[in-house]
Design a binder for this molecule. Structure first.
Ligand code: ATP
Length: 262
């Protein structure tokens, strides 16, 4: 399997506003080389928005972002052939079989040697034995795995997976992470969003977002050592408490007039 050696993602001052909501508040990250980056944070933290801005699916309000050195807004069909995106919502056709869905995406991405690529993608997610089942006949976990096969059939170098393990039982979740590590070891750069904080230990680095701000971008072990805690959930809770305290201190410094200009 061939792989680009210089996979990368970078952002500089990436900001996205939806009316009065600031979904991304000036994000600066530099990610070089194959690895798994966990995108972690509470509901509404900005995880999906960040993925969509990076992929050029929604325009940033200001700032810059690039994938493999190409600005997100300039990604063309050739660039996109190297990218994979599994959205949070179901993105498969319910009236098609598992195999027909994966074949559809293989056609869309103009994958060479299509049949063997489809076989490989189905084997990768462990669905060869259900390839002729219609989507409506599958369990939720199997539907997620079909989506993953559709995302990976083009053998992308940079892969964005938005909550791929949501709703899966612990065994399936663990199997999914094994597969993500296989991709990483094969040279891919994966960005995986999750709100299961405990899953972050599967990542090489964790980008912890809250209200569009980066609270930490660290290796999981560094997070544990920094906060001297037993598990990552505690580390993230500590980060949230520190952020609360910093915001309260800022509000106090601004004085009574700071929040009463309505
Ligand atoms: P979740 O874990 O719930 O999926 P998330 O971290 O992915 O959340 P986003 O979906 O990126 O968060 O949303 C960030 C903020 O931007 C939220 O306040 C959300 O309501 C807002 N937002 C996202 N998309 C839109 C939109 N199209 N229009 C208006 N507001 C939006």
């Amino acid at each position: 399997m061939s792989r680009a050696t210089d996979v990368s993602i970078s952002t500089s001052g990436l900001r996205k506003e939806f009316g009065k909501i600031t979904a991304l508040d000036g994000i600066d990250v530099d990610i070089q080389g194959s690895q798994i980056v966990g995108l972690v944070g509470p509901n509404g933290a900005g995880k999906t928005t960040m993925i969509r801005c990076l992929l050029g699916l929604t325009g940033a309000s200001s700032g810059d972002s690039e994938i493999n050195g190409t600005p997100s807004g300039d990604l063309d069909r050739t660039d996109r052939a190297d990218l994979g995106y599994m959205p949070q919502e179901e993105a498969v056709y319910r009236n098609l079989t598992v195999r027909e869905n994966v074949e559809f995406f293989a056609n869309l991405y103009r994958v060479p040697e299509r049949e063997s690529a489809v076989d490989q993608a189905l084997a990768f997610v462990g669905l060869r034995d259900r390839e002729h089942s219609r989507i409506g006949e599958l369990s939720g976990g199997m539907v997620r795995r079909t989506s993953l096969a559709c995302t990976l059939v083009g053998d992308p170098d940079v892969v964005f997976l938005d909550e791929p393990t949501v709703g899966l039982d612990p065994k399936l979740r663990s199997e999914m992470w094994d597969r993500f590590r296989d991709r990483r070891d094969d040279g891919s750069l994966l960005v995986v969003s999750t709100h299961y904080l405990g899953e972050a230990h599967n990542c090489d680095r964790v980008l912890f977002l809250r209200d569009g701000d980066v609270l930490a971008f660290e290796n999981p072990d560094t997070l544990l050592e920094r906060d001297d805690v037993e598990d990552l959930e505690d580390a993230f809770l500590q980060l949230l408490e520190e952020d609360d305290a910093a915001q309260a201190a800022d509000a106090a410094a601004a004085g009574p007039a700071g929040g009463s200009d309505a």
